[in-house]
Design a protein around this ligand. Structure first.
Ligand code: C2E
Ligand code: MG
Ligand code: MG
Ligand code: MG
Length: 275
């Protein structure tokens, strides 16, 4: 009897595993299909100058409205795409979509595109990006590329591409700073103009003075390295006050704008133009 019970338990376990596997496979297949049919879309989260409160650019963020599941967060589908070998397709889709938008809207400020470490490791990356720019007649100075510290574990391909991108005049920003392998040492050699401090550092602000001092120290050191610094995830006035006290001049966060549809973004730009 004990034996059959155990077999029963094993069966249930296997069923669950199989179900989870199938769900994941279905998600991957659907993502692959929707990506090839260009059913994903971009939203734009403005970046703000804290000194004059003006929009200085925006980050393009990918959205996926799944037929049955509704909106799936990029926090969920980006890692799945990476594991399924789809990240290069995904990143080039975002880049191409952003170029189309820039071609139709000459008034837009700089748009930032997230590039996964896996894409940054690919040999074809630069020729493909340049080809898309050319196809839509876009100047690369209208775009910045957000890379992460994850690149440093990807190896030589990434390093070579970063060096080439810099040589060719691309603007590179380091995303999610402080969550990875942050040693200040490697930053000296990294050709990024802007450092985006991750929002985990924002959370502590307004809760304790120590976080504000830590942030101030980081900002000073980064400015000493001739980097521009932006803080992510500002949500409250208190955090804003602390961020300004820490010496920050740029930010992104719900306090200013959530990620916006293209229409809402162009409207926000018009509103500030008359203000
Ligand atoms: P990320 O590049 O660090 O993007 C910032 C994320 O923080 C976005 O979430 C944004 O909506 C969110 N955020 C901005 N301000 C606030 C705030 O004040 N409070 C809070 N709680 N969150 C805020 P999202 O759009 O869900 O993206 C999550 C991550 O998914 C991104 O982090 C990025 O790593 C990845 N991702 C999103 N779009 C793309 C894409 O087009 N390509 C690639 N490769 N990755 C993407
Ligand atoms: Mg980003
Ligand atoms: Mg970020
Ligand atoms: Mg982040």
């Amino acid at each position: 009897q004990a034996k059959s019970k155990r077999r029963g338990a094993t069966l249930i376990f296997d069923d669950d595993m199989e179900k989870a596997c199938n769900e994941r496979l279905n998600l991957i297949n659907k993502l692959r299909q929707d990506l090839s049919e260009e059913r994903l879309y971009l939203v734009f989260q403005p970046k703000v100058n804290l000194i004059n409160n003006r929009i200085i650019g925006a980050e393009a963020l990918l959205r996926w409205n799944h037929e049955e599941l509704g909106e799936v967060s990029p926090g969920v589908f980006v890692p799945i795409a990476e594991a399924a070998g789809l990240s290069f397709e995904l990143d080039t889709f975002v880049f191409r979509s952003a170029c189309k938008v820039l071609a139709n809207h000459p008034e837009l400020p700089e748009i930032a595109i997230n590039i996964s470490p896996l894409s940054l490791n690919r040999r074809e990356l630069l020729p493909i990006l340049s080809g898309i720019l050319q196809q839509y007649g876009i100047d690369k100075h209208r775009i910045s590329l957000e890379i992460t510290e994850g690149c440093f574990v990807q190896g030589e391909g990434c390093k070579a591409n970063i060096a080439k991108l810099h040589e060719q005049g691309w603007s590179l920003h380091l995303d999610d700073f402080g969550t990875g392998y942050s040693s200040f040492g490697y930053l000296l050699d990294l050709p990024v103009s802007v450092i985006k401090i991750d929002r985990i550092f924002t959370w502590g602000l307004s809760k304790c003075d120590r976080s504000e001092r830590l942030l101030g120290g980081m900002v000073n050191m980064l400015k000493g390295m001739k980097k521009q610094v932006l803080i992510e995830g500002l949500e409250t006035e208190e955090q804003l006050v602390s961020a300004v006290a820490a010496g920050l001049e740029m930010a992104q966060g719900y306090l200013f704008y959530k990620p916006l549809t293209l229409d809402a973004f162009t409207l926000a730009l018009k509103e500030q133009a008359v203000a």
